[in-house]
Design a protein around this ligand. Structure first.
Ligand code: ACO
Length: 318
């Protein structure tokens, strides 16, 4: 295992919408949303492009790591997509940073940050002297149907970044994929080839079977955390913090109860940001780092699940 996190950064769009604000768009209530999800507000990209928040998070992480963009050897951008299909968001971040390294997007939905760390780990096996930026960015407000109250209330926009350098913070990591199109899906535009004209146009927005995702998520967090803790040769008691994907407070509480881990060990930001997809874990990591909560030697587990379906977890020693 082959890297250390030497800097973190994050960015949230300026516009905040509370649950009460959403009652203007459809019939819902603060009580329904808070009791089902733990979400009270979310940030939405209105004035900002997706690139704007990606860039701000990247610059914050570079600054925190005292690294010049020219020193970067690779940019990995876990995302469901930026402002354009091509160029990739990673390439546009690279251009704005005036970095000169290869850059690409990675699609593992909400598990993207951990997939990015795993990929970076493989690069470090090739060359230990690299500096890698992993910047996870999603603007779910552009991918949900704002006429569907059952999904629109769950998400928010954001970006979270980490700079990785030679080291041995990573103690264990595990990824899984279980292909499944009906639990969670965002269909792509079907195109306008003349021969396609009689086919029904699918909704371009997120479709979700909430119950199925819920059950999958609780089981995934439990299995993945047990596996990585064992791989790292430690127990849950040895963990100082767990940063779970911030999709739903009930999912986190349910996993905590099954694993018999006190809720105080779970770092949470879901109330103010909602589910920011790939950005959710690095957003919390950066908040904790800036608040001075991460001390040298602390052990932190990250655990995510998302569309694909994908899951990922890892143990880091700070
Ligand atoms: N406001 C008010 N009522 C609503 C809303 C809303 N925003 N949305 C749905 N309802 C209604 C439904 O219409 C339904 O009404 P009915 O009984 O009259 O038909 C009722 O509330 C109950 O709906 P359910 O879907 O049964 O609500 P449930 O308690 O199961 O909660 C939820 C739904 C929150 C989506 C839950 O299934 C869940 O947490 N699933 C996990 C999915 C998740 O967290 N996804 C995040 C994205 S996935 C990822 O990050 C990878």
């Amino acid at each position: 295992m082959s890297f250390s996190i030497i800097g973190t950064g994050s960015a949230l769009p300026k516009t905040i919408q509370t649950n009460d604000d959403l009652t203007e768009y459809f019939e819902t209530s603060n009580e329904w949303i808070v009791s089902r999800t733990g979400i009270e507000a979310r940030h939405i990209c209105i004035e900002e492009s997706i690139l704007d928040i990606a860039l701000e998070a990247s610059l914050n992480a570079l600054d925190n790591a005292h690294i010049n963009p020219k020193e970067l050897d690779l940019i990995i951008c876990p995302t469901l997509g930026g402002d354009t299909v091509t160029p990739s968001l990673a390439c546009l971040i690279q251009e704005k940073l005036e970095a000169t390294c290869p850059s690409f997007d990675l699609n593992a939905a909400c598990s993207g940050f951990i997939y990015g760390l795993d990929l970076a780990d493989a690069y470090f096996c090739r060359n230990r002297e690299m500096k890698i930026l992993v910047v996870a960015v999603d603007a779910m407000s552009k991918l949900v149907d704002w006429k569907d109250r059952s999904t629109a209330v769950l998400f928010g926009d954001g970006a979270g970044a980490a700079i990785l350098s030679n080291g041995d913070d990573l103690k264990a990591i595990r990824l899984t994929s279980v292909g499944n199109q009906h639990a969670l899906c965002i269909p792509w535009a079907k195109g306008n080839h003349p021969l396609l004209k009689d086919q029904e146009t699918p909704s371009p927005y997120l479709l979700m079977d909430g119950d199925e995702v819920y059950r999958f998520a609780v089981a995934a967090i439990c299995n993945d955390l047990k596996t990585v803790v064992k791989q790292a040769g430690i127990t849950f008691e040895d963990l100082d913090f767990i940063i779970p994907h911030q999709a739903n407070l009930r999912i986190i509480k349910s996993a905590a109860k099954r694993l018999k881990i006190p809720m105080e060990k779970f770092a949470l930001q879901i109330n103010s940001c909602g589910n920011t997809s790939a950005a959710s874990i690095p957003l919390v990591l950066d908040e904790m780092n800036r608040q001075g909560k991460l001390k040298p030697g602390m052990r932190i587990a990250l655990s995510a699940f998302g569309g694909g379906l994908t899951t990922g977890a890892c143990v880091l020693e700070w």
